[in-house]
Design a binder for this molecule. Structure first.
Ligand code: ADE
Length: 225
């Protein structure tokens, strides 16, 4: 998979890709992530990429021209499956969406800033608009990092057996069961007996029951879907 991220703040985005699972996925060449600084695509003085909005009103808007130049240069090199815009009024990211995106070959992620982008960018180029939740961030970068993390860990080969995504919370619309590690007893608090039995069918059944019970208690809305 190849992900091209268009941003005015590449420095805000780089560190999540330099640690842990995302770093390993890049090193294993299971994913390529490229950052494109929008300021490299403007001819204006002071590398200007935003301007006042027509009709008046507070806040700057990212201009269409540098975004057009950047997207056009990328799409002239390869076919993209989705051109995504990170915005609080997009479709809310969930595990199902992350699963679907993890199957794609090439995606572009455009990070909004200030008051957002000129609407003509959305009308002309964008194929999917994604929000990471009902709150407003200062820009799309942190949302893009969240999206990339959720998607990249699902690419086959990124996680090993021990960290398999198949047992994650939200796979199968269930919360994950509780987990324990050594010691078996700490200050009188014991690990559930069944986990120490070595009886794997019984342990599996216990985990399923726990997942079901936790979901009913904490997120009954997931069971209605
Ligand atoms: N940009 C600003 N707020 C955002 C959000 N909640 N999700 C995605 N991108 C955003």
């Amino acid at each position: 998979m190849r992900i091209d991220i268009i941003t005015v703040l590449p420095e805000l985005l780089e560190s999540p890709f330099n640690a842990s699972i995302l770093k390993r996925a890049i090193e294993k060449e299971l994913v390529e992530v490229h950052f494109h600084n929008l300021r490299d695509y403007t001819d204006k003085s002071y590398n200007q990429v935003d301007d006042y909005q027509y009709g008046g009103g507070a806040g700057m808007v990212l201009m269409i021209e540098p975004i057009d130049k950047c997207i056009t240069s990328l799409t002239s090199e390869r076919q993209y499956d989705e051109i995504i815009y990170m915005t609080p009024d997009g479709q809310t990211l969930d595990q199902k969406m992350a699963n679907g995106l993890s199957l794609l070959n090439n995606i572009i992620v455009l990070c909004g800033h200030y008051k957002g982008v000129d609407q003509r960018v959305r009308d002309r180029f964008i194929t999917k608009e994604i929000s990471i939740g009902d709150y407003v961030l200062s820009g799309g970068e942190l949302g893009a990092a969240v999206l990339c993390d959720a998607v990249i860990r699902l690419i086959p080969g990124v996680l090993n057996n021990e960290t398999s995504a198949l047992t994650d919370t939200f796979q199968d619309n269930l919360l994950a069961p509780p987990v324990y590690t050594r010691p078996a007893e700490y200050k009188g608090m014991k690990v559930p007996e069944v986990l120490l039995t070595g009886d794997f069918p019984k342990i599996e059944k216990w985990r399923e029951d726990q997942a079901q019970a936790r979901t009913e208690k904490l997120r009954p809305d997931l069971l209605e879907e």
